[in-house]
Design a protein around this ligand. Structure first.
Ligand code: A3P
Ligand code: MG
Length: 733
């Protein structure tokens, strides 16, 4: 029999078995447990053994049992005694063992229970700990989740708010655009209506003046006849009076032609009848005269004479007016006749070099581009000799205070959205009807002369021509122009020909009838300048919310020479938009409708590009920065354009050489025509669409509108010009 607990064997049963072989079973007491029962009993607690029992139950040592049996075996002689003794021993031993075993079992159980309790307590403590940790973790996770949720919610809310703001902004922008469009359309309608009204007024005026002219002609004819008749009547009346004075009898008085005496102006024919006796009765009107004495008749005649005199004076004044108008017309006719004769007499190319040395020479230059083909004439690189600024009050300062700096960032951007209409209503605009003369430029010249103590010749670098750059641009572009005419007033003073542009009548009318959109588009150009310029080189961004004004200007003053040999020495000033801080070159800013097809691009190079090129080339500007806009006035892209490339891209349409050859000829013509210094002698250089030539003709001295040289300028330099030993100067200088 094996007693197994954790693999150990108890050989107690072997000993019992060996004993059984020698001893009978009968004496086995029913009250005591059999070895089998013992075995079972021993087994019982083991069956209860909990796996968590760490120390196995130890049975009594085997040697103790065996030694005792051995001893009894040897000391007891009789078998039964031995048996009894053995059994007693065995029982003692068994009960001892059992007791010990029970004790140990009990202890074991208690330990076990305690251990179980401890473990349970530990378990429940662990559980509590775990629960607490779990709760803590759960709370932390919940908190984190809540925080994340709150964060996400606030991000979402912020996004939503931003989207809403954007939406509101978009709506406001759209609303503004629509409003502007509506305003524009409304104003366009208004402008349309006004232009129609102006047209109707003009037509009516024209009709009225035609009527007036017709009436004046009729009146003139009638008055001429009347005058003749009156003279004859007067002569007849005088004769009658003389006769009456000489008459000796009242009968002779009565022989006077009655009708003549009564109302000489009312009678149809100056018939003086020979004195005769009138037998027929007198009409009632003539009764007083017929009966009056000679004195009465004389008084009547004197009154009639004074009436005739007054009328004659009136008629003469009217006649004088008509004669002046006729002579003006004749002047104009003779100009036109001369032009016609010129055209007939000379081949087209001839006029190009036609300016002769005397002012009796040709008065015009052909404008045909083919007459000016050929190499580019000499044009010395424009040299800046000064700069000046005009402030909001148009005060001239001899500095660059109004020079702006190019804002380069938009050039790097793929696309932009500059609203050029923004702030249109606040446009601080110079009066477009105000006629700009050379005044501010002349102020600069004067201030230079004052500050540098220089004479006019030195200040102007011995210039032969002084003008704004714009006048030269207009003249030079004429061979390719077919839409816009121009008129320049020219005065020679101190050996300088001053050229000043004056609006043509057509231009004036266009200005008066300009539509809202045209005015808005004019604003666009200035607004673009605001988007693209900085006040100082270190300003971060342009200030685009302030009102745009076109009073402030920065001008560069440039000298150059056109033509071979002495050529023409030019001094001109031009408004300059800004300077590029990256290379200190002046930059011209322009807006242009985006090109959507080839023909639009073609048109640009054909017409607009020439003006751009001339404007920049004349003052040596290398780059133009272009704002390409849409029809709503939004600049979508900003790109540079090289002035040199403009000329090469336009070679199918125009040639710069033609323009400069033509300019050279016109300046020669002016030099030939204006040979005398006379600040009161204004000449017009003029061209209008359809004209084959540019003509020079003197303006009427009485028309002071064109005497553009201000007194303060003339007075400032008159002294020095008089002092010059130049015989060509006239007293008026
Ligand atoms: P754009 O040239 O971009 O149209 P400038 O370019 O000569 O410095 O002129 C600046 C702006 O003034 C022009 O911008 C245009 O808006 C306006 N402007 C100049 N000359 C004009 C003219 N003859 N008629 C109408 N607007 C003119
Ligand atoms: Mg410009």
């Amino acid at each position: 029999m094996t007693f197994t607990k954790h693999g150990e064997r108890l050989n107690l049963m072997t000993d019992i078995a060996s004993f059984d072989e020698n001893e009978s079973d009968e004496s086995e007491s029913s009250t005591t447990e059999s070895p089998l029962e013992l075995k079972e009993n021993l087994n019982k607690p083991l069956a209860l053994t909990n796996p968590i029992v760490q120390k196995p139950l130890q049975p009594p040592p085997k040697s103790a049992l065996l030694n005792k049996a051995d001893r009894s075996d040897r000391s007891v002689s009789s078998t039964s005694d031995k048996r009894v003794s053995f059994e007693m021993d065995f029982k003692d031993r068994e009960s001892e063992i059992r007791k010990e075993y029970d004790d140990r079992l009990k202890k074991l159980k208690e330990d076990l229970e305690q251990q179980q309790k401890r473990q349970e307590a530990e378990l429940s403590a662990n559980k509590r700990q775990l629960d607490a940790a779990h709760t803590k973790q759960m709370e932390a996770a919940k908190k984190e989740l809540d925080e994340r949720l709150a964060k996400q919610r606030s991000t979402l809310e912020a996004n939503e708010r931003a989207q809403l703001d954007q939406l509101e902004k978009d709506i406001a922008n759209r609303r503004q655009i629509l409003k502007d469009r509506f305003d524009r359309e409304l104003n366009d309608d208004k402008a349309d209506y006004e232009s129609k009204l102006a047209k109707a007024r003009r037509e009516w005026k024209e009709k009225m003046s035609a009527e007036e002219a017709k009436l004046a002609a009729e009146f003139r004819e009638i008055t001429m006849k009347e005058r003749e008749t009156t003279k004859q009547r007067l002569a007849a009346t005088t004769a009658v009076v003389h006769r009456a004075e000489r008459a000796t009898s009242p009968i002779q008085i009565l022989t006077v032609d009655r009708a003549t005496v009564t109302d000489p102006l009312a009678l149809p024919a100056p018939v003086v009848s020979p004195p005769s006796i009138v037998s027929s009765p007198l009409p009632a009107k003539l009764e007083p005269i017929a009966r009056a004495p000679i004195a009465n008749a004389t008084t009547q005649t004197t009154m009639a004479t004074s009436q005739v005199d007054a009328l004659t004076a009136k008629l003469e004044a009217k006649l004088q007016d008509l004669t002046t108008a006729t002579s003006d017309l004749q002047d104009r006719m003779s100009d036109l006749g001369a032009q016609a004769r010129q055209i007939a007499a000379e081949p087209h190319g001839g006029t190009r070099h036609a300016a002769s040395k005397s002012n009796k020479g040709p008065r015009m230059c052909s404008v045909k581009a083919t007459d000016y083909d050929g190499p580019f004439p000499h044009f010395s690189a424009p040299t800046e000799i000064g700069r000046f600024s005009l402030d909001r009050n148009r005060k001239v300062t001899n500095d660059a205070s109004q020079l702006k700096y190019l804002y380069r960032a938009p050039l790097e951007e793929e696309s932009v959205a500059f609203d050029l209409s923004h702030g249109h209503k606040r446009f601080d605009e110079r009066d477009p009807f105000n006629q700009e003369t050379l005044d501010t430029f002349l102020e600069w010249i004067t201030s230079m002369a004052d500050s540098e103590r220089q004479d006019l010749k030195t200040v102007t670098h011995s210039a032969e021509f002084i003008s704004w750059r714009g006048a030269l641009t207009k003249i030079a572009s004429t061979p390719y122009e077919n839409r816009e005419g121009w008129r320049m007033a020219c005065i020679r003073y101190a050996d300088i020909i001053f050229i000043c542009e004056f609006r043509t009548n057509t231009k004036q009318q266009q200005l008066e009838s300009a539509s809202y959109r045209q005015k808005l588009m004019t604003y666009w150009g200035y607004k673009f300048e605001q988007y693209m310029t900085l006040e100082t080189a270190d300003q971060e961004k342009p200030e685009t919310d302030s009102a745009v004004n076109n009073f402030e200007q920065f001008c560069t003053v440039v000298r150059s020479r056109l033509g071979e040999g002495p050529g023409h020495r030019l001094l001109f000033a031009g408004e300059t938009d800004c300077i590029d801080p990256s290379d200190n070159a002046y930059v011209e800013l322009k807006t242009q409708r985006q090109f959507e097809n080839k023909s639009q691009k073609n048109n640009f190079y054909r017409f607009k590009a020439l003006k751009w090129w001339l404007q920049s080339f004349l003052v040596g500007i290398p780059r133009i920065v272009v704002g390409f806009r849409d029809d709503d006035g939004f600049v979508r892209q900003v790109r540079p354009m090289r002035v040199r490339e403009i000329a090469s891209n336009s070679k199918d349409h125009w040639a710069g050489a033609v323009c400069f050859n033509f300019l050279q000829s016109v300046l020669s013509l002016l030099k030939d025509r204006l040979t005398v210094n006379d600040m009161n002698a204004v000449y017009f250089l003029e061209w209008n669409p359809g004209w084959q030539n540019v003509g020079v003709k003197p303006a009427k001295k009485s028309d002071t509108r064109f005497h553009f040289l201000p007194d303060w300028f003339v007075e400032r330099f008159s002294e020095e010009t008089h002092n010059e030993a130049d015989g060509r100067l006239v007293a008026s200088c």
